[in-house]
Design a protein around this ligand. Structure first.
Ligand code: Q46
Ligand code: ZN
Ligand code: ZN
Length: 322
């Protein structure tokens, strides 16, 4: 991770990580301090959380969601976790184990929803039944279940572990298409509206390499494997492109995303068509929707009556899209 003789920028002790975008190396203690500083800065800059908020963290068992949960607890917030079992074969079995162990070891509360047990289908079956890309059915499902758990549980904020690499890759895709609708909504905070909870992304100032290093230094065991249905996901190739640019020009990724948020996003306020949409309650589940039945209830109806599809059948098709 770092050259043997490198010294920490803060204390001049032996460094454990080099961060070219900060033109600095850090020891474990001061790396943790730097991460905390970045998260505190993001929370303050975008008014993400207050001391009285009841926080629900969407937890997958991967590094980002466990890191953000750990950081919020470390910073003194009251935060429960939510794990959604997506039924993606062994991947889901294993990821659930990491989330549960993390919660048990720290005495934290983890809510769980299981797609197959609670709704009678899983992500591979939903993808096949609806003829949608796996990540599209999965994303729709997660958004619905996260929102529902937050609202039903009386949580005031829903936290996700999206990091700088995730947000920069999504921004890159939206910019390639000049998709103003998505660009106008690509903010680290979405306020509560129309029955949706407030949603925040406290890790937007940290890269995925940094969240992985946070987990290693803090002794957090996380699922390293990629989801088997992620192959072909366009955002993975956008991340590669951005990493190539970052390697020759450190700091590009952060300025691409953070300067968008500071300089460009304010110009897009009010440009999202969805801001003006009239939403009513889904006639089946009550969730906010533009039609009479929400997309999730449509998906439940189609997928729960479909013969179960094993993950192996779809995993290699690489039709992912988030
Ligand atoms: S879990 Fe779901 Fe991701 Fe797997 S199917 Fe795609 S969206 S890649 S974060
Ligand atoms: Zn140090
Ligand atoms: Zn519904």
């Amino acid at each position: 991770m770092v050259a043997a003789a490198s010294k920490c920028r803060t204390c001049r002790g032996p460094a454990i990580i080099d961060l070219p975008r900060h033109n600095a190396n850090f020891c474990a203690e001061h790396f943790i301090e730097m991460c905390r500083r970045q998260v505190v800065k993001a929370i303050a800059q975008f008014a993400m959380l207050g001391p009285d908020d009841r926080v629900l963290v969407a937890v997958s068992g991967g590094k980002d969601s466990l890191a953000v949960w750990d950081m919020l607890i470390d910073l003194g917030y009251q935060a429960d976790g939510l794990y959604v079992g997506l039924g993606i074969g062994d991947y889901s079995e294993t990821s659930g184990g990491y989330a549960r162990r993390f919660a048990i070891e720290r005495g934290l509360r983890l809510l769980e929803v299981d797609l197959r047990d609670d709704y009678g289908f899983d992500v591979p079956t939903a993808a096949a039944a609806s003829r949608r890309a796996p990540c599209s059915s999965c994303g729709l499902t997660k958004r619905h279940l996260f929102d529902k758990a937050a609202v039903d549980g009386g949580y005031t904020v829903l936290v996700t572990g999206h990091n700088l690499d995730d947000e920069a890759a999504v921004l890159f895709g939206n910019t390639l298409r000049w998709d103003v609708e998505y660009l106008a909504r690509q903010l680290p905070v979405l306020e509560a509206r129309h029955g949706f909870p407030k949603k925040v992304k406290p890790l937007v100032r940290l890269t995925e390499r940094e969240t992985a290093a946070w987990c290693i230094v803090r002794g957090i065991d996380y699922l390293v494997d990629e989801c088997p249905m992620a192959s072909g996901n366009r955002h993975l190739s956008y991340k590669e492109v951005l990493n190539t640019i970052e390697a020759s020009s450190p700091g590009s990724k952060a300025s691409f995303y953070l300067n968008f948020v500071d300089n460009m996003a304010p110009l897009l306020v009010g440009k999202s068509l969805s801001d003006g949409l009239q939403l009513s309650g889904c006639s089946n589940c009550g969730a906010p929707t533009t039609g009479s039945v929400c997309s999730f209830c449509h998906l439940v109806e189609t997928a729960s009556s479909h013969v179960p599809v094993p993950v192996e059948l779809l995993a290699k098709k690489g039709r992912g899209s988030r």
